[in-house]
Design a protein around this ligand. Structure first.
Ligand SMILES: Cc1cc2nc3c(=O)[nH]c(=O)nc-3n(C[C@H](O)[C@H](O)[C@H](O)COP(=O)(O)O)c2cc1C
Length: 208
């Protein structure tokens, strides 16, 4: 059985994201085909990235990085619950993603987002970031409207149809997450270290 982390992408006081993530978690209680855990980035007190060596090199030095890495390493897949800030995801979620590398690699993710346009612009941005972190993203997503799924933009009252999308999203994560499990276990989620390209006549390759 795979383990899925439901990651709360907002760390703001008065955030609505916590309620959304708890709704996602409540729906998973009825399922017996995967293990689920709520992960609050806020609990890890991550500062702005303060590692001297790029995370893809896998040499974490700070206690908060090691603690965050230990938690993320326990999961096979993720559901990111993301707000939309200025048409992107939150700085807090981007920073938490940037802190690690190998712990994300060869895993699977899906998205539950919210905003005036369902948080879709934040998710499009997240899908690009996931490609670099070597996380495969499933098609189904939950797009919650701040206007119709929240009262006064605060109290979360999702329309019933979102449950169908959420269950499809979870089905897809479990199916891909199970298929990917061997891949990230065999590779030990070890990322290929970045190498300085040789300067030759030819065009250098492998620059990220
Ligand atoms: C810095 C900032 C930028 C925002 N930009 C957008 C935006 O581009 N699109 C949108 O739909 N909502 C935007 N909003 C509104 C948020 O979607 C709304 O405040 C939501 O509650 C944020 O999620 P949170 O409460 O979980 O932090 C923005 C809010 C903040 C704080």
């Amino acid at each position: 059985m795979i383990r899925i982390g439901i990651i709360i992408g907002s760390t703001r006081p008065n955030r609505v994201g916590e309620g959304v993530a708890k709704w996602v978690f409540d729906q998973t209680r009825k399922r017996t085909d995967a293990e689920f855990e709520l992960v609050d980035i806020k609990d890890f007190n991550l500062p702005l990235l303060d590692e001297a060596i790029p995370p893809a090199m896998g040499q974490y030095s700070q206690p908060h990085t090691k603690r965050w890495a230990e938690k993320i390493a326990t999961f096979d897949a993720f559901i990111f619950v993301s707000p939309e800030y200025n048409h992107g995801t939150s700085g807090a979620l981007k920073n938490a993603l940037d802190f690690l590398y190998k712990e994300w690699n060869n895993k699977v993710a899906g998205f539950v987002a919210y905003g005036s346009a369902g948080g879709t612009r934040a998710v499009e941005q997240l899908r690009l970031i996931m490609a670099e972190l070597q996380i495969a993203t499933v098609r189904s997503q939950v797009a919650l409207s701040l206007i119709t799924d929240f009262e006064n933009f605060k109290t979360f009252k999702p329309a019933d149809y979102h449950l169908g999308n959420l269950n499809t999203l979870i089905d897809q994560i479990i199916s891909w997450g199970t298929a990917f499990k061997n891949l990230h276990q065999e590779s030990g989620t070890i990322a290929t270290p970045m190498k300085k390209p040789k300067i030759t006549e030819e065009r250098p390759t492998g620059i990220h």
